[in-house]
Design a protein around this ligand. Sequence first.
Ligand SMILES: Cc1cc2nc3c(=O)[nH]c(=O)nc-3n(C[C@H](O)[C@H](O)[C@H](O)COP(=O)(O)OP(=O)(O)OC[C@H]3O[C@@H](n4cnc5c(N)ncnc54)[C@H](O)[C@@H]3O)c2cc1C
Length: 379
Amino acid sequence: MPMTAEDRDALVERAWSIAEGIHATASELDAQRAFPAPHLEALADAGLLGLMISPDLGGKGGDLLGLALICEAIGWGAGSTGLCYLMHLCGTAVIAAKATDAQADRWLKPAAAGDILATLAFSERTTGAHFYMPEISAQAAKGAFRLVGKKSFVTSGGHADLYPVLVNASEEAGLDILVLEADDPGVSFQGSWEGIGMTGNSSVQLVLDEVKVGPDRLIGGEGAGQELVFNVVAPTFLIGIAGINVGIAQAALDDTIEHVKTRKNAGGTLAELPTMQTEIAEMTLITEQARALLASAAKAADAGDEAALPLVMQSKIAATEAVIAVTGRAMEACGGIAYSRALPIERYWRDGRAGSVMAPTNEVLKQWVGKLATGLPLF
Ligand SMILES: Cc1cc2nc3c(=O)[nH]c(=O)nc-3n(C[C@H](O)[C@H](O)[C@H](O)COP(=O)(O)OP(=O)(O)OC[C@H]3O[C@@H](n4cnc5c(N)ncnc54)[C@H](O)[C@@H]3O)c2cc1C
């Protein structure tokens, strides 16, 4: 049964109350480049790690509109936390789409209870933006899959418990998703996250050194990976990352308004300057446009509307471009102090740079939107 509007509203309200607490410590964790464990614990305690898991397994059975609104709240709280949370939601959603009873017992029930953190390990250095064309192939031998290689940019790497990996594992056409556990023999993590933003997200390399797992780790059977990537992971990621970036843009807007109202120079406040009023109006407009497109894309996708696909793609482009524009303007509007850590504006600006290059990247998405509009095949 789809989530009711009342249930969604209640969850969104709960997410905003947690986001307040996240927001209060976000700058401190950012300065320490610390993995946002306390933030994720708060989300776990509120049952929000089970957002994309069905209620019969203890989850919330969330829809895409709920995902968008909750990700906005958490992204407003802290970009790094939002990203770790979203990758958990993508990981659990893809498992939940085709989980066997045994897989649901092993992974989804504990995840819904807040005891397990998941992520996605799809990207590879050699394929970059084209994560849906992995080069790692898993050899099937004696009923087990043997994996060798490296996945790159794995958010929550070394902190998460579950790592769904996208590989070529079977003889079947299409890709395969295998779920690895952090303590599987041969699984390790390399490097540290040195990115300018999303400092706590721990995007590191996942090293697969002769990892051997059985067919019980396959999601949806052999060759099911490609369909899962496009039907489950893509909408979950695109809507969720759009939500996080609308949240970061809103945080930048909120703090800019607060700053210009209180900052006095040469007798008046910055807010009294007509140019500043125009600046605030344009920042608001950009943020609201991205939020409105996101809501209509999520609603169309929830309704199974055929026109939803390009809308979902555009909502990610719009939100990740909006955050770059709004946080850049916030840096300008708040002046020299925004260039320091005294205000969190510079953090929003750094965090807001990641979304556009996260795959599917905006450049690739724009080509897909154009192809859909002109009736050309995506691939
Ligand atoms: C903070 C952060 C967290 C991440 N977390 C995860 C994660 O948890 N799991 C995961 O699997 N991955 C993750 N990634 C990886 C991410 O999703 C992308 O795959 C990766 O950033 C893109 O790879 P690249 O930089 O090597 O891009 P490249 O392939 O080098 O592309 C560079 C530029 O060229 C453009 N480009 C490339 N090919 C084309 C084309 N055909 N047409 C037009 N333009 C093109 C791209 O749009 C991009 O702008 C993360 C990345 C970041 C930055």
